[in-house]
Write a protein that binds this ligand. Structure first.
Ligand code: SF4
Length: 495
């Protein structure tokens, strides 16, 4: 659950996890390439519950899923910090808090790990201990229970309470979070009071009507389709209407484009608004590939220095806020900032996009079911207005999104490559089965052809079963990567 703010009452409620992760987290940037999703989650949950059941059977004092809460004053904010410990019990007169985590390491690897290898989990546990300590529980101790999903082995590491250090950490993080919120409140106030100027000396013919129609459509919740000749100034007129609505209601605008040249046009229009007195915060998102400063797109701390310590570098310079508040978020600005601070410009644009009035980016970031920005268009999509530039282009894109293609030749090539390594057997089998399904379906098709290809529909049931299999293979992949990390930048990743 995200942090819950009540700005008028100056209160906020956040979980221990929020405290650890909100704003710039710490450490490296790691872009996950394997989505283990359901299979990984289910396996982790099962290991978790199994351990709790065992503990409950052998220890009458053991309580699972114990809620913890502590209230703190930070400046004029009242903060409620809450969490849920996996297990709490009493041993030798002391309170013991358990945190259970599943891992893809086997017994040997797992037992070779120590506290410093699990900073995130330890941080969580230390916070639980600190909350209990604030509630006058005398010297509670922590127990990090690591369960291997490979062989079921367990490794238990003790975590001591360090009330002073944890207290300092809590105070520093809450000071950052409340300061960021105060900055946001000031930004929202500025937005609500902002007057949106006409970005030219005077309206051109038709522009005022477009701006008014856009504003009216937003006010009554209608989609508006604007069609006007090239050169009329549609971008300025639409932006004028959209900004009036968005700024007054704490909403952000995503300007979705099909081509980079459209993005350049929006940037020029934003500059005109700035010259007329309204400097909106804008970020233009280039693709990961175009933004990349590394020799090869390999978003891992061991392969890219711009991913290494990414979050720590952001935090040290307060980089995101410095850039957005100074309006230095053009593509070139982000590249320059990325080069100077040695951080990834693409990730920087993503992080900056949370703090700007206008985000300009490709259709894919809003509409592609595979790559849309979940941080914006997931659960919290209601805070965005999406403008679709050259909307007629979206039709073909949408067809592509809704018509994924599987080529038997690609699947066969993948299988051939994967069979060469015994570790990839499960992947090779899946690739072969996919190729087989495509070939069988094509042979059984009634002969309709388009552009030399057989037109047929793949059986939905079998496709659905492949999705589940893919999920399971993704889990295998995560386990394999844990056992055998990629050696370096040059090593090909079959995923
Ligand atoms: S600089 Fe390139 S390789 Fe590094 S994190 Fe960014 S996109 Fe990935």
């Amino acid at each position: 659950m995200p942090i819950r703010y009540d700005d008028d009452a100056r209160t906020l409620a956040l979980s221990v996890r929020d405290l650890l992760e909100e704003g710039a987290p710490t450490g490296h940037l790691v872009v996950e390439i394997a989505q283990t999703r359901a299979a990984r989650l289910a396996a982790g949950r099962a290991a978790h519950v199994e351990h709790q059941d065992e503990q409950t059977d052998r220890d009458a004092a053991y309580r699972a899923e114990v809620r913890l809460k502590h209230q703190i004053a930070v400046g004029d904010w009242t903060v409620v910090l809450h969490g849920r410990a996996d297990g709490v019990t009493e041993e030798d007169g002391r309170t013991v808090v358990e945190e259970i985590k599943s891992t893809a390491l086997d017994a040997d690897q797992l037992h070779g790990t120590k506290l410093s290898d699990w900073p995130g989990y330890v941080g969580q546990l230390e916070l639980y201990l600190w909350i209990l300590h604030q509630a006058q529980v005398d010297l509670p101790v922590g127990r990090l229970v690591l369960v291997s999903l490979l062989d079921g082995s367990k490794h238990v590491i003790g975590v001591p309470l360090d009330a002073e250090r944890t207290g300092r950490f809590v105070a520093a993080r809450l000071a950052e979070i409340t300061a960021a919120r105060d900055r946001r409140i000031a930004w929202m106030r500025w937005r609500r009071e902002a007057k949106v100027p006409i970005p030219h000396d005077r309206w051109r013919r038709g522009q005022r009507e477009i701006s008014e129609a856009v504003l009216w459509g937003l006010q009554i919740g209608h989609q508006i389709l604007v069609e006007a000749p090239t050169g009329l100034g549609k971008t300025a007129a639409v932006l004028h209407g959209v900004l009036q609505y968005a700024l007054a209601r704490d909403l952000q605008v995503f300007w979705a484009t099909a081509r980079t040249t459209q993005q350049d046009g929006v940037e020029r229009t934003v500059a005109r608004f700035a010259a007329a007195g309204l400097a909106v915060r804008t970020v233009v998102m280039a693709s990961r590939e175009k933004s990349c400063l590394n020799t090869v797109v390999a978003c891992r701390p061991d392969a890219c220095r711009f991913a290494r310590d990414y979050y720590d570098k952001l935090r040290e310079r307060d980089l995101v806020h410095t850039l957005v508040e100074s309006r230095r978020t053009s593509r070139q600005d982000l590249r320059t900032a990325g080069t100077d601070a040695e951080v990834c410009p693409f990730e920087l644009s993503l992080d900056a996009s949370e703090h700007v009035d206008l985000v300009v980016g490709d259709y894919n970031y809003a509409f592609d079911p595979g790559v849309y920005l979940r941080r914006h268009f997931g659960e919290d999509a209601g805070r965005w207005i999406v403008v679709v530039d050259e909307a007629h282009q979206l039709v073909d894109r949408a067809r592509e999104y809704g018509s994924p293609r599987i080529l038997a030749a690609d699947a066969n090539r993948a299988a051939e490559f994967l069979w060469a390594d015994p570790d990839y057997r499960a992947f090779a089998e899946l690739a072969e089965e996919i190729a087989g399904l495509v070939e069988r379906t094509a042979r059984a098709a009634d002969g309709a052809r388009r552009d030399g290809a057989v037109v047929c529909t793949l059986p939905k049931k079998e496709l659905a079963s492949f999705v589940l299999r893919l999920d399971a293979v993704a889990m295998d992949y995560a386990l394999l990567r844990a056992r055998r990390p990629l050696a370096g930048v040059g090593e090909r990743d079959p995923w």
